[in-house]
Design a protein around this ligand. Structure first.
Ligand code: ADP
Ligand code: MG
Length: 148
């Protein structure tokens, strides 16, 4: 369990995540609206070199980042508005040849097998508004989690 007491802590967590991120990785971010999922993604993208604030992909569903904008290609995805899993095909998210990293908000909108080896992060918002984060760590992330 990781405490994220404010926005700065969430951005810093995203930055630490970026430092161990590898091509082919998937990270999912669960938690209620406003929990801070996009904030973590923004910290991660900033650490990978993105200048300026990454837009939330909640309307576009997918925001794509590629070198030289960022060091590692990243697809930042928000599945909140997806209606059926078939839409993943149209979005190119079933493409196993993608050589960057996936950061996915609202993964529970699709079946768990869509992102099989993902680091699954869940944000919890306490009654006083404080955010905490828990992780389900797959084999691919052993040795990288907990983050230092
Ligand atoms: P989500 O993507 O989960 O809907 P956002 O990342 O857009 O949430 O964050 C919603 C709001 O909460 C923003 O105003 C952001 O600054 C704030 N916020 C993000 N993380 C935290 C945190 N750990 N503690 C307090 N406020 C936060
Ligand atoms: Mg969001």
């Amino acid at each position: 369990m990781i405490d994220l007491p404010d926005e700065a802590a969430a951005l810093a967590f995203g930055q630490r995540l970026a430092s161990v991120l590898r091509p082919g990785d998937a990270v999912t971010l669960s938690g209620p609206l406003g929990a801070g999922k996009t904030t973590i993604a923004r910290g991660l993208l900033a650490a990978l070199g993105l200048v300026g604030e990454a837009p939330s992909p909640s309307y576009a569903i997918v925001q794509s980042y590629a070198p030289p904008e960022v060091r590692l290609p990243v697809l930042h995805v928000d599945l909140y508005r997806i209606e059926e899993e078939g839409e993943l095909l149209e979005l190119g998210l079933d493409d196993a040849r993608y050589d960057g990293a996936l950061v996915v908000e609202w993964p529970e909108r699709v079946a768990a097998h869509v992102f099989p080896d993902a680091l699954r992060l869940t944000l919890i918002v306490a009654a006083d508004g404080a955010r905490r984060l828990t992780a389900e760590v797959p084999t691919a992330w052993e040795g990288r989690w907990p983050l230092t």
